[in-house]
Every structure is written in C-alpha cells, then in structure tokens.
Write a protein that binds this ligand. Structure first.
Ligand SMILES: C[S@@+](CC[C@H](N)C(=O)[O-])C[C@H]1O[C@@H](n2cnc3c(N)ncnc32)[C@H](O)[C@@H]1O
Length: 332
C-alpha cells in the first residue's frame, strides 16, 4: 500500500482531528435526516440473520455500529480507524479491556494489522467517500485480503467512474465500486435502494459462506421514507446555505479584524507621537525651570552674601568698637 506523505490528503488529516465534531454533528443531523437510522436498521437486521460471525467495521468512527451490533449475541464486533479521537469517543461507553481487544488505531494507507481471512464480514459506512480515487483500489484489496465471507459497503450511489462530489473535508469522492471489485476478481452486487444518498453493496469473497437475503420491500419503504423526509426537510440544501453564510461571516470578520488592526496601528502611532511631543515639551519646561532655579539660587547666594557681608561688617564694627573701647584712653 502507499506510504506517501498525507500532506496531499487533507481529508485524512481532517478526520484525524475532527471525529468528536462528527459525533456531535451526527446527533444533530439525526433529527433532520433518516439516513443514519436506515443504515442502522439495515445492518442490525442483516447481522441478526447471520450465523455466528466475527466482523470488522473499517472506519468505525465513534463506534455507533460497534455498540449497536455488539448487542446481537451472534456478533463479535471489531473496529479500526485512523482517528485517535475515535478511541477517545469509544472509551466513553466501552470497557478498557474490550477496547484493547476490539479497536485498532491504524495509519492511513498501510497494510491492515490482521491475518488473511481474519473476519467473516467486513463493512464500511460513509468511509470510502473520504478516500481518494488514487488510494481506494489498494484499500479495497486489503479489505478483500482480510475477509473470508463478504464485504458490505454503505457508500456512494452507484457510479461508473470516480467523481469528486464536494470539496468538504478537502474533497469527497464517489467510486465505481462494482468495477473496482471486478478488477480485483470479486463479484459485487448492489441491494435494492434503501436510501436516497447511498447505495448498499455486497462483495462476495467466498461463495460457499451462506448469505442473508435482503427484503426488497423493506428497502422500498425505507427509501420512500428517506425521500419524503429529505425532500420536506432538505438538510443538504440548508447545510449548504449555512456553510455559505458561515464562510461569508468568516470573511466579514477577517475584514473587520484587518480594519481594526490598521485603526489600532494608526492610533498607536498617534499616541507614540503625542508621548514624544509631551516628552520634549516637558524637557523644555524642565530646562526653563532649571535655569530659573539656577538664577534664583544665584540671587539668593548674592543676597545671603550681602547679608553676611552686612553681618560681618557690623560684627567687625562692633568688634572694632569694642577693641577701640578697650584701648580708648580714659577721660578723667
Ligand atoms: C463519516 S465518518 C463515518 C464513521 C462511521 N462509519 C459511522 O458511520 O458512524 C468517516 C470515518 O472514516 C474514517 N476514515 C477516513 N478516512 C479513512 C481512511 N483512509 N482509512 C480508515 N478510516 C478512514 C474517519 O476517521 C471517520 O471515522
């Protein structure tokens, strides 16, 4: 598998740091779109009709399927993901010992840390959409290697060529999964449409392993439910509007920030100039005060000198008078 740097794969980098966001976002979306419940209904019904199976969810995220399907006594669920946050999310509901044995954190685009034929059923839900067309074939080959029964994908609607669907998360893709499996020598069927946004695929690795039947009437009903609810509550359109509004808001905030930065820069320059002129004004006044004080000092010194001179001369006079008195000849 590819060991190229992930710098050119922003989608991977996105998931490695945004899984907690996704758990909250999905909780919010569940009120608006039935997709998640349809996926859960499909998989829990499917697994309930399997024998005893060891299963791996590739791209298990915060572990909603691990938690759900582990409730079935015939299912031993394992999960793998590239996001360290997935472990944190799962540890909020799973015991540490279970977590250690059942969940594996991997680096993207590496050989998976499992033996050949390690699992009866491997499945992905809304994961391949985040994998580039360049990487998807080798990833699928790895899934084939570790599966002894069959692989399920709840992924993009059927397409005959790779397509970039959106620019979200650095780019999301639809893949021609049936054709890719054909190239890998694996037969892949598509179930009747359960959901408006996705197709449900089954790649059969070992034809001798019994396969549960899927009821096409349930698929029809679920599809109709999804179509009606989604139409009346067009989440995709609304989320597009919200994303655009947020982008606009972000660029407005950036403009205001830039304007404020320039204003504050100008104000700081003015304040600096004012401080400079106050400083030189104070300097001038200090100089004037200093020379006034020097003058006053000089005057004071002169006056004191005069006074002292007066004092001294009076004393001198007195002293002279005394001296004169002592030596003045008597008058009798
Ligand atoms: C939309 S979430 C779906 C999570 C889960 N399957 C569910 O339906 O709740 C996509 C998941 O795919 C994982 N993922 C993305 N790219 C991956 C890759 N190259 N290898 C393994 N997992 C990947 C993400 O970390 C994330 O958990």
């Amino acid at each position: 598998m590819s060991s190229k740097s992930g710098q050119d794969r922003p989608n991977e980098a996105y998931w490695q740091t945004h899984l907690k966001w996704y758990e909250e976002e999905q909780a919010r979306r569940r009120d608006l779109m039935p997709t998640y419940i349809i996926q859960e209904a499909f998989l829990s019904d499917y697994f309930a009709r399997c024998g005893k199976v060891k299963s791996l969810e590739f791209g298990c995220g915060f572990g909603r399927f691990l938690r759900l399907l582990s409730k079935l006594p015939n299912v031993d669920m394992h999960g793998v993901d590239i996001s360290p946050e997935s472990l944190e999310c799962i540890s909020t509901w799973a015991e540490p010992a279970w977590l250690r044995e059942h969940i594996t954190l991997i680096s993207p685009r590496q050989r998976l840390p499992y033996e050949n034929d390690a699992f009866d059923i491997v499945f992905t839900v809304s994961v391949l959409i985040h994998v580039t067309p360049e990487d998807v074939r080798s990833l699928m080959a790895e899934l084939v290697r570790i599966t002894r029964g069959h692989i399920l994908h709840l992924e993009n609607p059927v397409t005959d060529r790779p397509k970039k669907i959106t620019d979200y998360h650095g780019g999301c893709w639809a893949h021609p999964l049936v054709d890719h499996y054909k190239e890998l020598g694996v037969e892949c069927e598509v179930f009747p449409n359960h959901n408006t946004r996705q197709s449900f695929y089954r790649a059969i690795i070992d034809k001798t392993v019994p396969l549960p039947e899927v009821n096409p009437l349930v698929a029809e009903s679920l599809h109709e439910l999804d179509e009606r609810v989604s139409k009346s509550n067009d989440y995709t359109e609304r989320s597009r509007v919200i994303v655009k509004a947020m982008d606009d808001l972000r660029s407005e905030v950036a403009k205001v920030n830039q304007h404020l930065r320039e204003e504050i820069g100008r104000l700081l320059d003015d304040i600096r100039a004012d401080i400079q002129s106050v400083r030189s004004e104070v300097g001038n006044q200090n100089e004037a005060i200093r020379s006034e004080v020097a003058k006053a000092n000089q005057q004071l010194r002169e006056e004191v000198a005069n006074v002292l001179a007066g004092l001294w001369s009076r004393r001198l006079r007195r002293a002279l008078a005394r001296v004169l008195g002592v030596f003045r000849p008597r008058r009798e």
